[in-house]
Design a protein around this ligand. Structure first.
Ligand SMILES: *Cc1c(COP(=O)(O)O)cnc(C)c1O
Length: 362
């Protein structure tokens, strides 16, 4: 293989070429430092600067006020399934969860170890092909928080509104759509995301926490599981993923250079629209899993008339340089993950490949 191919992987996923090329240079030697980014101390001045700049650029991108702390943790989004309830559930020990897919269910599983979970809405009986409507929620006004998953990586659905939860703190797993579009962070008490889908490499979990939430964390918690440890130490209580934070910094800088999240959203929408209109114009040959008002702009899931045809399309596409299109087993079919860094040209090429396939096979 001597050229880069189209990478539709759900995560770890495609990164901007500009970022990879800059990292390639710094991998041998950081300018003026004489050491690789992989070799420097997390307590060095060089890393201090990289870390502070990454935070500053993310704050700019997300329009974050000083009432939020920004953390780079480890353990993946999966550890946040535990840290969120451990820190935020006491003393009331109950929370509301809006369940829209596999990741929401995993979050519920951990929360139940800490206290009482009220499933305030779920679309599981419809195989998670849609996002619930506000009118369907059965919220508890005394809940410690409301948790939801903004983009369902496996099912290919995405919230296109922010749940209205009154005065209850809103917590969101944004692993697969963070930085894909502008968000109003002020509506949230805590946001978390595994970096490996839309922000950088695996090994970093990005957390945005409103400062008043930190007061909930009890001293009896294990040190590493306590948000206060990490806010008090600016994510440096233990050795963070130096390289991961560095790449996230480059990605943030890249996003600012193209005009920020509103520009990014325009491009993402254009890419997603191309694929969805290919389905809608296929006389039912390509059938999206998500109902139209719940369609994700990041992970696009679809079926063909038979499993045989699905296998054939995946095989033919792989041979033609479109990698990672096999769907997750809980939905079947195909999934095209088209995160921020996935090029528009790649979507255009896939659509013409798919149209060609349909003509030959229907
Ligand atoms: C991938 C993913 C996770 C799990 O992330 P890890 O970093 O592997 O723990 C959680 N939630 C969502 C929405 C995801 O897409």
């Amino acid at each position: 293989m001597d050229k880069r191919i189209y990478n539709f992987s759900a995560g770890p996923a495609v990164l901007p070429e500009e970022v990879l090329l800059e990292a390639q240079k710094d991998l041998f030697m950081l300018p003026g430092v004489g050491m690789s980014i992989l070799e420097i101390s997390h307590r060095s001045k060089t890393f201090d600067k990289i870390h502070a700049q990454a935070k500053e650029d993310l704050k700019k991108l997300l329009n974050l006020g000083d009432n939020y702390d920004l953390l780079f943790l480890q353990g993946g989004a999966s550890l946040q399934f535990s840290m969120v309830p451990l820190n935020l559930m006491p003393p009331v020990n109950k929370a509301d969860y809006l369940v829209t897919g596999t990741w929401s269910k995993k979050a519920v599983k951990e929360a139940k170890r800490v206290g009482t979970v009220n499933i305030a809405a779920s679309t599981e009986s419809e195989n998670f092909n849609r996002i619930p409507k506000q009118e369907e929620f059965k919220l508890d006004s005394e809940a410690a928080y409301v948790h939801y998953t903004s983009n369902n990586t496996i099912y290919g659905t995405e919230w296109h509104y922010v749940p209205e939860v009154g005065n209850v703190p809103l917590v969101c797993d944004m692993s697969s759509d963070i930085l894909s579009a502008p968000i109003d962070v002020n509506k949230y008490a805590l946001i978390y995301a595994g970096a490996q889908k839309n922000m950088g490499p695996s090994g970093v979990t990005f957390v945005i926490i409103r400062k008043d939430m930190i007061e909930r964390s009890q001293d009896t918690l294990h040190t590493m599981l306590n948000y206060k440890t990490h806010t008090d130490n600016d994510s440096l209580y233990n050795t963070p993923s130096v390289f991961g934070i560095y790449i996230i910094g480059l990605v943030a800088k890249y996003l600012l250079s193209i005009g920020g999240l509103s520009e990014m959203k325009k491009i993402n929408q254009k890419k997603a629209d191309l694929l969805y209109s290919c389905f809608d114009n296929s006389n039912g040959f390509f059938k999206g899993h998500a109902v139209p008002d719940s369609r994700s702009i990041m992970n696009i899931t679809f079926r063909l008339p038979s499993e045989e045809l699905e296998k054939k399309l995946i095989a033919d596409a792989t041979a033609a340089g479109f990698d990672g299109l096999k769907g997750h087993r809980s939905v079947g079919g195909l999934r095209a993950s088209i995160y921020n860094a996935f090029p528009l040209k790649g979507v255009e090429d896939l659509v013409s490949f798919m149209e060609d396939f349909r003509k030959k096979n229907s």
